[in-house]
Design a protein around this ligand. Structure first.
Ligand code: ADP
Length: 509
């Protein structure tokens, strides 16, 4: 930091991509004034964010520098393979009871659970008499609806290794007689301490043929994957209520439900709880690694009793832009992820150097942390959590729980854009500068102009001195920790039992 030349703070942030990185990530970052990493002419460490669809090697996690971030966290695929998810949730059910972990359809892991499945199948057949029972068989590792079979007769079951057989939810909530499921985006900005943000916008994906249990082979009627439905004969047709195509925004879906007098906020809360409980199932087994975040895509089916069911959790959820709904949701999503990272990053720097004349300590800390993995983002202030809990109560404002606030990184990115030419010119005549910025310089930018000021929250509680509220960033809302008890239970190690007790209280309310 001391060897940085004046003006370094105006250097653009640098992102790194590979061939798997979604195009929208690159275009959003360029739009925000970032530079693309060029390994031909830049130092190997001169980047701030590396975003790719596949996971990183352990060496990449270990060698990460304090100014860098990776879009994956080690160990998270244990939630995103269907069989691993089923194992994790079964374990949690054994530890904490069926009643709290009852949000996934009954699942059997094949081939190990085959005998159990057969016993259950025949028991159910006996109980139902002549009525059919419905099951779905899915390859554990595949996605986009590939290799799925829906059946009611066990003789139609076919599987090789690593499949799951699941109870088929045969009473889905239908919109204009079409089945749909929700794609909910969740960003875990850290596992230690556990910090979970939920995106308030999302996608609703529709089947393109009317739901029909008498024809289990019609995938356009039973599967809601857009990769399948965009190829369907009815994709372009204007379908009853749904309209053209096969996607809605989540906000349109919730407003549709409100028109039917559905308590959409209650549904959102149930989904929040489900997400927290699911992430809790894997969090203790995730290795320590800072400066990593993970964007998950939760697939959730709502039944006609308005009960949400977790179908699966996706790693690197699709960010391809296939229709106008994708464009509006996914572009904002990427923008808001960058906001979220910056909010946390800037705060941690403010904490380390701000107000305590520990600027030099921070420098040596940054160096020390280069040896290990680097500093974690500052935990959110408890006061901000209270604010979140309060703003979750139903009110007209609650429908827009996270109005777009000043983008924290906007100022810097604007300066970057303005100074890009200047910096490039200067770079020609000067030795090359590092792509990262002195935290002190960033601090002065954000503290004076960019971060939200201390404000009175809806509860009338002022955020603690030294903490700025980070209960949301763009459309991301902090859902964990959600109160003082869960805040404490997630700081020094993760006290899952205590957290589940708190969740239970909340769910019983
Ligand atoms: P994939 O990873 O292949 O997309 P999913 O588990 O998401 O696999 O299933 C694909 C689609 O199948 C879902 O989007 C949903 O429409 C349907 N589906 C999956 N599991 C069930 C289930 N248990 N009950 C009803 N529909 C299901």
């Amino acid at each position: 930091m001391e060897d940085e030349a004046p003006g370094a703070a105006l250097k653009p942030l640098v992102f790194r991509v590979d061939e798997s990185t979604p195009g929208v990530v690159q275009s959003v970052l360029l739009e925000r004034g970032w530079d693309k990493f060029d390994e031909q002419c830049q130092d190997v460490e001169d980047w701030n964010l590396y975003w790719r669809s596949s996971s990183f090697r352990m060496a990449e996690y270990v060698n990460i520098k304090p100014w860098q971030r990776l879009n994956h966290h080690p160990g998270t695929t244990s939630l995103t393979r269907k069989d691993c998810l089923a194992k994790h949730l079964a374990h949690m059910r054994r530890l904490y009871g069926e009643s709290i972990y009852e949000f996934t359809p009954l699942t059997f892991i094949m081939p190990s659970d085959y005998t159990k499945f057969v016993a259950k199948y025949f028991k159910e057949k006996q109980d139902l008499g002549t009525k059919p029972s419905y099951w779905i068989c899915k390859p554990a590792k595949l996605s986009q609806g590939r290799g799925i079979i829906i059946f009611s007769d066990i003789r139609d079951l076919m599987f090789k290794d690593a499949y799951v057989v699941q109870k088929y939810i045969c009473n889905p909530l239908l919109v204009g007689r079409y089945k749909c499921d929700l794609r909910i985006y969740v960003c875990v900005t850290g596992f230690k301490p556990l910090t979970i943000y939920m995106y308030q916008e999302g996608l609703v994906r529709f089947a393109t043929e009317k739901f029909d249990l008498s024809n289990l082979e019609d995938y356009y009627s039973h599967l809601t994957n857009s990769s399948i439905n965009k190829l369907g004969a009815s994709y372009e047709k204007i379908k009853e209520v749904v309209g053209q195509g096969c996607k809605w925004t989540l906000s349109r879906f919730f407003s549709y439900l409100r028109n039917w007098d559905v308590d959409d906020l209650l549904l959102r809360r149930k989904i929040n709880h489900m997400v927290i409980l699911t992430v809790l199932a894997m969090a203790p087994s995730v290795p320590v690694a800072n400066n990593c975040f993970e964007l998950f895509g939760f697939d959730i089916l709502i039944d006609d009793n308005l009960k949400p069911w977790l179908l699966e959790v996706n790693y690197s959820p699709a960010l391809s832009l296939e229709c106008s709904t994708d464009v509006s949701v996914k572009r904002s999503l990427v923008h808001d992820i960058i906001e979220l990272l910056y909010l946390n990053g800037l705060r941690s720097e403010e904490k380390k150097c701000g107000r305590t004349s520990q600027g030099n300590a921070m420098v040596s800390q940054a160096r020390r942390s280069q040896q290990k993995l680097c500093a974690a983002p500052a935990p959110p202030s408890y006061a901000s959590l209270i604010q979140f809990a309060t703003c979750s109560k139903r009110s007209p404002a609650a429908q827009h729980m996270c109005p777009k606030h000043t983008r924290t990184s906007q100022l810097r990115e604007m300066l970057c854009r303005q100074n890009k030419l200047l910096t490039r010119e200067a770079a020609k005549s000067k030795p090359r500068l590092k792509a990262w910025h002195s935290p002190r310089k960033m601090l002065s930018l954000c503290a004076s102009q960019s971060l939200p000021r201390k404000t009175k929250g809806p509860t009338g509680i002022l955020p603690e001195a030294g903490n700025t509220p980070n209960n949301h960033a763009g459309n991301f809302v902090l859902i964990f920790p959600f109160n003082k008890a869960t805040f404490s239970a997630s700081r020094n190690g993760l006290n899952v039992k205590r957290i589940i007790q708190e969740l239970q209280k909340l769910m019983n309310k």
